[in-house]
Design a binder for this molecule. Structure first.
Ligand code: SF4
Length: 356
């Protein structure tokens, strides 16, 4: 059989996530309780269609399951290509399982990203879990004890941006720079909005505008420029929506969204989505228990999900005119804004009862 893809990545949301972050671009789906046989079965379904297949046992919280080490070995054995462990971790597990952070170090992980939203109450609130902030601080210590440098990511909106000085205070108080340097590591940090999809799309109303950038304190601003390798914060936060609206309102372009080496998300109910934005129903390519992987991949290649169909048939200009706000100065990266408009457009059509 001819292999349809040179490389295909499939990520199965086996256990979900302990958090319910209010900015989560992946959305708040229920946690699953899948087993090793499910991962093996998913791999078997897709294997005939790719010369090289890579399997992941998660796409929300990595290593959330108690048998994370077994799953790591299993996913390696099921994969033709194995990407090293991402610079991501389960904070939840780190503070409950003393073997976890040393295991990450044994895999060669040298940096790990941790997410803050300001001080304790804000971080707990935005992470959607009481005690999250304290656990993140504990995790930082565990990481550095194991010679792994923490990288702090802060998601900002109009409500939490005034708390950024608390993050700077934390960096100083915990002496993160010198403690990382002591083992040859490098502390890093950055501030951004994240993309306006999934749960984060609910915060459109409090999305930062240009004048809010002046509220980002100098130390975090410098870390951010260094992280993104850019000259100014505008390049990180993007352009005002009003300016994007003007640029795009007559844009005739459409898009297919079909990649040569796709990444697919399979949720705990075996619905399959392309990894482009939140796995919403209008992106669904089919259910693997009801359709073969071949049919699902056909749907992907032919762009048959509702969102793919819309983007193939509706020009960018029309999306902007239908769902953009010419009077808004919220800051967006152009690509993220296009995806935001497409998602809004699909939701609008569904609300209007228009099936595509
Ligand atoms: S952002 Fe990450 S940690 Fe937060 S709820 Fe989503 S998947 Fe979980």
């Amino acid at each position: 059989m001819e292999k349809r893809f040179q490389h295909l990545t499939v990520c199965l949301d086996m256990f979900g996530c302990p958090n319910r972050c209010r900015h989560c671009w992946l959305g708040h789906a229920p946690n699953g309780h899948l087993n090793e046989q499910d991962l093996i079965w998913v791999a078997d379904q897709f294997r005939p269609y790719a010369s090289s297949l890579e399997l992941f046992d998660w796409y929300r919280e990595p290593d959330y399951s108690d048998d994370y080490r077994t799953l790591w070995e299993l996913r390696k054995s099921l994969s033709d290509t194995v990407t090293p462990h991402f610079e991501l971790m389960s904070v939840w597990r780190a503070v409950r399982d003393s073997a976890y952070v040393p295991w990450l170090a044994s895999l060669g992980v040298s940096k790990v990203q941790l997410t803050l939203f300001g001080g304790e109450s804000s971080t707990d609130f935005w992470t959607g879990r009481r005690g999250a902030y304290r656990e993140i601080l504990q995790a930082m210590d565990l990481l550095m004890e194991n010679h792994i440098s923490p990288r702090i990511q802060v998601f900002v909106n109009k409500e939490n941006i005034n708390e950024l000085p608390l993050v700077e205070e934390l960096i100083r108080e915990k002496k993160l720079v010198s403690r990382c340097a002591a083992f040859g590591g490098e502390f890093t940090a950055f501030v951004h909005t994240g993309s306006c999809d999934g749960e984060n799309a609910n915060h459109y109303d409090i999305w930062p505008t240009q004048e809010y950038l002046a509220k980002i304190p100098s130390m975090l601003a410098e870390y951010t420029l260094r992280h993104f390798q850019v000259q100014n914060l505008q390049e990180v936060f993007g352009e005002p929506e009003s300016s994007l609206y003007l640029q795009l309102q007559h844009d005739p372009s459409t898009e297919s969204f079909v990649e040569d080496n796709p990444v697919l998300y399979v949720d705990s109910r075996f619905n399959v989505y392309p990894n482009l934005t939140a796995p919403a129903p209008y992106w669904c390519l089919g259910n693997l228990k009801e359709r073969s992987a071949g049919e699902i991949l056909d749907n992907y290649v032919q762009g048959r999900s509702m969102a793919q169909t819309v983007r193939r048939e509706v020009s960018l200009g029309e999306l902007v005119r239908a769902c953009g706000d010419p009077n808004s100065n919220r800051l967006f990266d152009k690509g993220d804004y296009t995806m935001y408009l497409l998602n809004r457009y699909c939701e609008k059509k569904i609300q209007e009862g228009i099936a595509l």
